[in-house]
Design a protein around this ligand. Structure first.
Ligand code: HEM
Length: 120
């Protein structure tokens, strides 16, 4: 069974991303990135991205993540904060701990793509 199915399919992913996004967008420490974001678009794209990357039958039509984040100057610390919000969201939606660990590992693997290397 895919992680997508283990999280409850489309509605389960929807609940997870809604909780995750609420945490990110209300964190003052992330304001420098999210204060001006197009929240409706981002939440929808994030939902699609999560669904696809966790094995769901949906389609992600957003941009390539390296290109999208490339000029945002995202630090390792900001990335880790976002992953902490993901872990908290997985607890909030009562995901199975083993599933939660796998989902976190999957998303954490995007670090090198999303974080802008110092000096670049
Ligand atoms: C787990 C890691 C992450 C994933 C899976 C992810 C995913 C995405 C996706 C799917 C989009 C939309 C692309 C599009 O509309 O074409 C996006 C945009 C964006 N991301 Fe991320 N992201 C991640 C981490 C981060 C981090 C750490 C930051 C900042 C601290 C960040 C800031 C942004 C911003 C500001 C946008 C543009 C929002 C807008 O105005 O449309 N992302 N991201």
């Amino acid at each position: 069974m895919s992680l997508y199915d283990q999280l409850g399919g489309k509605p389960g992913i929807g609940r997870l991303v809604a909780d995750f996004y609420a945490r990110i967008s209300s964190d003052p420490g992330l304001d420098q990135w999210f204060a001006r974001a197009d929240h409706t678009r981002y939440r929808a794209q994030l939902r699609a991205y999560f669904a696809v990357s966790l094995g769901g039958p949906e389609e992600y039509r957003g941009g390539d993540l390296r290109t999208v984040h490339g000029d945002m100057g995202i630090s390792r610390a900001a990335f880790d904060t976002v992953i902490d919000h993901l872990s908290a969201a997985l607890v909030a939606v009562e995901a199975d701990p083993d599933v939660a660990r796998k989902v976190t590992r999957e998303l954490r693997s995007l670090r090198a793509i999303v974080v802008t290397p110092p000096g670049s």
